[in-house]
Write a protein that binds this ligand. Structure first.
Ligand code: URA
Ligand code: SF4
Length: 214
């Protein structure tokens, strides 16, 4: 197999002028880490410049890798339903991921999600920073530990801090919660129901924050 060459930072591939269309084109040329070698395509964020709320997930999954759009698979469906329950309109939100290429292991023909490393997350962060600069959201929602640690550093603990609005010097107003896939992975129906309710509660806190910030 040919070796996969990469530079260790997406910064080497950012366009000179930051706009969402330019970023969306440039991300397909990114060799900032090894993940581009195996994925179908980069999956960039979706939504408008000036969206007031920005959701950050982990990385595209199998469905997103094929579709080229974030959160279109099972986690995305749960996210959509929960946003609706919380009164957040997805068409008014900017939805993206901490890492733009799908990382997986092959099990037979199935591609099983694999967690991005700290190095891959750091390499990909310039895309997220550029999205943040262009979109200028008033509130960020981190979905899960990868997103929270990309933005807030490795010491951040979702279990302790979930659902609490934070003021970050770099990212501004921010709320972290679990990743929707953790709700889908709950061991039984009762646990799933509880996890879904807790997730919805955190998104309702985000909706209240947003109404205060507007
Ligand atoms: N999980 C994520 O974190 N992001 C997606 O886009 C899909 C699933
Ligand atoms: Fe570049 Fe991010 Fe893809 Fe790595 S995952 S190649 S840093 S876009």
């Amino acid at each position: 197999m040919a070796t996969c060459k990469f530079t260790d930072s997406a910064a080497d591939f950012l366009p000179a002028r930051l706009s969402l269309p330019q970023l969306r084109t440039a991300v397909q040329t990114c060799h900032g880490c090894d993940l581009y070698c195996h994925a179908t395509q980069a999956v960039f964020g979706e939504g408008k410049r000036g969206s007031t709320i920005m959701f950050v997930g982990e990385q595209p999954g199998d469905k997103e890798d094929l579709a080229g759009k974030p959160f279109v698979g099972p986690s995305g469906q749960l996210l959509d339903r929960t946003m609706e329950q919380a009164g957040i309109d997805r068409t008014q939100a900017y939805v993206t991921n901490a890492v733009k290429h799908f990382k997986f292991e092959l099990r037979g023909k199935r591609r099983i999600h694999s967690k991005p490393s700290a190095r891959q997350i750091a390499a990909c962060r310039p895309w997220l920073e550029a999205e943040f600069k262009v979109v200028q959201p008033k509130l960020i929602v981190c979905l899960g530990a990868t997103a929270a640690q990309s933005l807030l550093g490795p010491a951040f603990r979702i279990t302790k801090e979930r659902g609490k609005p934070i003021d970050d010097p770099k990212w501004g107003r921010l709320i972290a919660t679990v990743h929707p896939s953790s709700v889908l992975r709950a061991p039984d129906a009762a646990a799933r129901e509880q996890a879904a309710a807790d997730f919805a509660k955190d998104l309702k806190v985000a909706a209240v924050e947003l109404s205060r910030l507007r």
